[in-house]
Ligand binder design. Structure first.
Ligand SMILES: [Zn+2]
Ligand SMILES: [Zn+2]
Length: 159
């Protein structure tokens, strides 16, 4: 019984991954990009990341799936995905590294630790109402917004 349930769960994960891959393929096609393995894998990694990732972190993940991958492919892939806004680039304060995240259209906010660069995602949007009323007052058509709060995380504060 347990074995059967495990198998079903594994099948479920595989099925979900296949659906994901299909979603990335469609996304690439819609934006006029060719489907390459590197692009699909990079999208998969960023889509499942809990916080924005630096190129070398993406590379380490990619290498686990695709041992022949190299860092310049990662950079090239990111540049292409950036141009089509499939991926967004952020630079955290006190950190020269660019970080990349999957553009979910539905946006996200973060708390960013300036000591260890730990990024904590914020659930929901705390300023949505404010942004809407501000924009309507100014007759401004909003296209989006960003909000990051910088500070020291609980772990760093203790040290
Ligand atoms: Zn910290
Ligand atoms: Zn927001």
């Amino acid at each position: 019984m347990i074995g059967k349930r495990l198998l079903t769960e594994t099948e479920e994960v595989v099925r979900r991954d296949m659906m994901d891959a299909e979603r990335y393929r469609r996304l690439l096609t819609q934006t006029g990009l060719k489907n390459t393995k590197a692009r699909i894998l990079v999208l998969h990694i960023l889509d499942h990341a809990s916080s924005p990732m630096a190129a070398d972190e993406i590379f380490l993940c990619l290498k686990k799936i695709e041992p022949s991958a190299n860092l310049s492919t990662v950079y090239r892939t990111l540049e292409t995905l950036l141009k089509k806004e499939i991926v967004l680039k952020t630079t955290l304060m006190d950190d020269s590294k660019s970080r990349y995240e999957f553009n979910r259209r539905e946006h996200k906010h973060h708390l960013v630790c300036i000591c260890c660069n730990h990024v904590i995602p914020v659930m929901g949007c705390p300023i949505d109402e404010y942004a809407k009323s501000l924009c309507s007052r100014e007759g401004f058509e909003p296209a989006g917004h960003r909000l990051e709060i910088y500070g020291v995380c609980g772990r760093c504060k203790k040290e």
